[in-house]
Design a protein around this ligand. Structure first.
Ligand code: MN
Length: 310
């Protein structure tokens, strides 16, 4: 099931080019921030899904082109984000930094080595699946979220700094998840969506460089877990002004979604409605005022955001 939020925080089920309004299936629906019915719906979806399916038969349907899609999870507690999780992207970042760009000298590690020292506490191995590299998982501010038809706003930057696109495959957590093992981690996933991890390149705190207002466009909707049989078998494409810039497959990730959830949840609980994003593939690059950036997650859908100056 593809669950969209649209217009005045209506709940919709996407069917082809139409969205069916099933808001009436939600007790306690509200149009006021912080929309507490959304994480409650996610946490109780097994009970609510039959009610939604019942409403579907008679609900009004609107063309998707005529509604304003909202961010499908507007107020998560956490956005946990994997860094440098594709070898080709880690390599391109090393190349950029070795060339002296962005004032950076600390090239990110390329995967495949020993467990990182930053992974400070031990977890049991899975038989036949030894620990590899432990990448960083950082937090983005949830108030950087915008919807799939909103606009990225570029902040004023000192010379030499650039804002880059990163097109990523992300999940929404379905139930509280703390210290979950990778072999169980996908059981805690509610569904999947696309996420742009918009980034100021350069030195300084990663969370700040990636948390400017509008730096986390998400969408176009949530595809529930049953729609994606294998999160490591998903195609991710990002286009700028119609030209493909990132052309990737989640099988190329250094650490899969299960490992990212395991690692993040080993430190802090992930809650229903929280977002975990799996990192950018290669092909990152600068975005400019006037650009149109499109992210497509094959099997879910696509969305396009404009770029303007703040
Ligand atoms: Mn990223």
């Amino acid at each position: 099931m593809r669950l969209a939020l649209f217009d005045d925080w209506r709940l919709g089920v996407v069917e082809g080019d139409l969205v069916a309004d099933v808001t009436d299936a939600i007790e306690g629906h509200s149009t006021e921030w912080p929309y507490p019915w959304i994480p409650r719906m996610i946490a109780n979806f097994d009970r609510i899904r039959p009610r939604i399916e019942e409403r579907l038969a008679s609900s009004r349907r609107l063309p998707l082109a005529e509604v304003k899609l909202r961010p499908p999870v507007p107020t998560p507690f956490n956005i946990a984000a994997a860094a440098s999780n594709y070898k080709a992207h880690a390599a391109e970042m090393r190349t950029m930094m070795d060339a002296g760009r962005f004032g950076g000298t600390a090239a990110p590690p390329v995967g495949g080595g020993a467990p990182s020292e930053s992974y400070e506490s031990a977890l049991p191995d899975v038989e036949g699946r030894p620990h590899g590299r432990r990448g960083e998982v950082f937090l983005k501010s949830p108030t950087s979220i915008i919807g799939p038809s909103d606009t990225i706003l570029l902040p004023e930057l000192v010379p030499g700094k650039e804002v880059h696109h990163e097109g990523e495959f992300a999940c929404v957590i379905g139930r509280e998840c703390y210290r979950v093992h990778r072999k169980d981690a996908i059981d805690y996933v509610f569904g999947y969506l696309g996420l742009m991890d918009i980034t100021v390149r350069g030195e300084g705190d990663r969370s700040r460089r990636k948390s400017y207002k509008s730096f986390t466009p998400i969408g176009p909707w949530i595809a529930t877990r049953d729609e994606i049989p294998d999160p490591q078998d998903v195609k991710v494409n990002l286009y700028v002004n119609g030209q493909i810039r990132q052309d990737a497959h989640t099988s190329d990730q250094i650490e899969g979604l299960a490992e990212v959830i395991e690692y993040a949840s080993h430190c802090y609980p992930l809650m229903p409605g929280d977002i975990v994003t799996t990192g950018s593939p290669a092909g990152v690059g600068q975005i400019h005022e006037g650009d149109r950036v499109k992210l497509e997650i094959v099997g879910i859908g696509d969305f396009t955001v404009d770029v303007e100056s703040l």
